[in-house]
Design a protein around this ligand. Structure first.
Ligand code: IMP
Length: 458
C-alpha cells in the first residue's frame, strides 16, 4: 500500500464519512475532532504523525504545554523543529491555532515565526488564543532556581518557565495573551506579580530583582504590536469550524506519563497532555472527539528524572540512543532508553480512550538479535497489569519480560505490510494484543514517507 493510501486511511477513517450538517440536540451526526496524544514520556514522534494527518485537516490546535515541546518534521530535505507553533503551519490550507491551554513565551513565538518565514513558510494564518497564558521572564528565572534548590531531587525540567507559568495560572496571578492588547491592565498585573516574584527571587534565591519597566518595554513595545494581529477567540474559531463540518486536529505536546494528573507525579509537566486536556485546552466538549490516536515509540525513552521500570544501560542503551538519535530536540539532553512497556500502553489506552496507535521508530530495533517486551510489573509478590498508583510501588517494581526474536533486516525502505519480515510483524502484533489496541501505522524512518499502514488489530 502506498504512503498516500496510508495517509488517506489514517486521516479519513471514522469522521469524514459521517454525515455532515447542523447538529441536532441529543443526536451525534459527526465526529470532527481527532486527538493525537503521546503514550509514553514524550518524544514518540507526534509531530510526524500530526504532519501526516494535517493534510486532510482544516484546523490544527495545540492544546497544552509551551516551548518545552519539540516537534521535528523532515520534508523535502528540510528539517523543521517546531516548539510552539502547531505542525499544521506547513500546509497552506490549514489554520494553525495555539489554544487557551498553552503557555506562550512571546519572544519564542516570534522567533519561530521568523525562522519559518525565512524558510518560505507563510505564518499569517496562525491564531493565538487571547486566553492563553504568557510566560514571563520571572517564570524562567523561578524554574531555574527551584530546580537548583531541589538539588538531587530536581525534576529535570526544560527550564523554560513552564511550571511557574501554569502555577500562576492556577493561583490566578497569570498574565494572558489578551493583556498584551491593553497596556494599562498589562502593567497593573505585571506590577502585582512582580512585587511577589521579586521578593521571592531576592529573599529566597538571593537573586537580583527584575525590572518592571524593561519587561513592559519588551512585551508591550516589541512583542505586542507583532502578536496583536494573531490574537483571536480560539474557542469561537474551533466551534465555527465544527459547525461547518470541518476537520480539526488537536495536537498534544509531551505525553500521558508526563500528565500532571495521570503521569508519574511529581516527575511530570504542569499541564494535561492526556485526551481530556484536549477538551479543556481547546474549549471543546468530549462528545466532539472522534479518533484518539496514541503515539508509541517501538521502545521507550524519557528525559529528566523519574521512575522508568524498563530502563536500559550499557551497550544496549547506547545502541538505542545512537540508532534512534535520542537527544532532546529542545535541550539536547541524552534521553534515557528502555524496552517497550505494555503496562504503560494499557494504562494509556485507559486514560485517553485511545481508538488506535501509531508505532514509531521500529527500524531502530533492526539490528537486534532479540527484543524484550515488558508485559507486567511485579513488586512484593504482586503482579501489576496496569500502572500502580502508589509512587513508592512504582519505584520498586521489576518488569516481567517476554523475549521475541529480532528480525535483523533493514526496514527503512518498507512501504507496505508485505515489506515487513514476519518477526517484525509479530513484534507489532504482540504489542497490539498486549496493549488491547489496534496498531494502524508503523514508522520506519524519519521521512514523511517512511510510514507503513498495517492495521494490526488487538
Ligand atoms: P517541564 O515541562 O519543563 O516543566 O519539565 C517537566 C518534565 O517533563 C521533565 O522531566 C522534562 O524533561 C519533561 N518534558 C517536558 N517537555 C517534554 C517533551 O517535549 N518531551 C519529553 N519530555 C518533556
Amino acid at each position: 500500500m502506498s504512503q498516500c493510501v496510508s495517509a488517506h486511511r489514517l486521516s479519513t477513517g471514522s469522521y469524514t464519512d459521517q454525515p455532515k450538517g447542523p447538529f441536532r440536540a441529543g443526536e451525534r451526526t459527526r465526529l470532527s475532532a481527532t486527538v493525537v496524544v503521546g503514550t509514553q514520556w514524550g518524544d514518540e514522534g507526534k509531530g510526524k504523525l500530526t504532519d501526516l494527518l494535517a493534510r486532510d485537516m482544516d484546523l490544527v490546535v495545540r492544546y497544552q504545554g509551551g516551548h518545552n515541546a519539540g516537534h521535528t518534521i523532515v520534508t523535502g530535505g528540510d528539517t523543521f523543529a517546531l516548539q510552539l507553533i502547531p505542525s499544521g503551519v506547513l500546509y497552506p490550507h490549514i489554520t494553525p491555532i495555539i489554544g487557551n491551554g498553552v503557555v506562550v513565551d512571546p519572544g519564542v513565538l516570534l522567533s519561530e515565526v521568523d525562522t519559518l518565514s525565512a524558510k518560505g513558510v507563510d505564518c499569517s494564518r496562525l491564531r493565538v488564543s487571547g486566553n492563553a497564558h504568557l510566560i514571563m521572564p520571572y517564570h524562567h528565572e523561578l524554574d531555574r532556581m527551584t530546580e537548583r534548590y531541589l538539588g538531587k531531587n530536581r525534576l529535570g525540567t526544560t527550564k523554560r518557565g513552564i511550571g511557574p507559568a501554569y502555577a500562576d495560572k492556577a493561583t490566578r496571578v497569570g498574565l494572558r495573551v489578551q493583556d498584551l492588547l491593553d497596556p494599562k491592565i498589562f502593567r497593573q498585573k505585571l506590577d502585582v506579580a512582580l512585587k511577589e516574584k521579586n521578593a521571592v527571587l531576592a529573599k529566597v534565591y538571593n537573586r537580583l530583582p527584575l525590572d518592571g519597566d524593561a519587561i513592559a518595554d519588551c512585551y508591550l513595545g516589541e512583542y505586542a504590536p507583532r502578536i496583536e494581529p494573531m490574537v483571536d477567540d480560539a474557542v469561537a474559531l474551533v466551534h465555527q469550524a465544527l459547525g461547518a463540518g470541518k476537520n480539526i486536529l488537536l495536537e498534544g505536546a509531551q505525553a500521558t506519563f508526563l500528565d500532571l494528573d495521570q503521569g508519574t507525579y511529581p516527575y511530570v509537566t504542569s499541564s494535561n497532555p492526556c485526551a481530556g486536556g484536549a477538551c479543556t485546552g481547546a474549549g471543546i466538549g468530549p462528545r466532539e472527539l472522534g479518533r484518539i490516536i496514541g503515539i508509541a515509540k517501538a521502545y521507550v525513552t524519557r528525559v529528566g528524572s523519574g521512575p522508568f521500570p524498563t530502563e536500559l544501560d550499557g551497550d544496549l542503551a547506547d545502541l538505542l540512543v545512537d540508532r534512534g538519535h535520542e537527544y532532546g530536540t529542545n535541550t539536547g539532553r541524552r534521553r534515557r532508553t528502555g524496552w517497550f512497556d505494555t503496562v504503560m500502553l494499557r494504562q494509556a489506552v485507559r486514560v485517553n480512550s485511545l481508538s488506535e496507535v501509531a508505532l514509531t521508530k521500529l527500524d531502530v530495533l533492526d539490528t537486534l538479535d532479540a527484543v524484550k517486551v515488558c508485559v507486567a510489573y511485579e513488586a512484593d509478590g504482586v503482579r501489576y497489569d496496569f500502572m500502580p498508583y502508589h509512587q513508592s510501588v512504582l519505584h520498586r517494581v521489576t518488569p516481567v519480560y517476554e523475549e521475541l526474536p529480532g528480525w535483523r533486516t533493514d526496514l527503512s525502505g518498507a512501504t507496505d505490510l508485505s515489506d515487513l519480515p514476519t518477526r517484525a510483524r509479530d513484534y507489532v502484533a504482540f504489542l497490539a494484543s498486549q496493549g488491547g489496541v489496534p496498531i494502524q501505522l508503523v514508522g520506519v524512518g524519519p521521512g514523511r514517507e517512511q510510514l507503513v499502514d498495517i492495521g494490526i488489530r488487538d
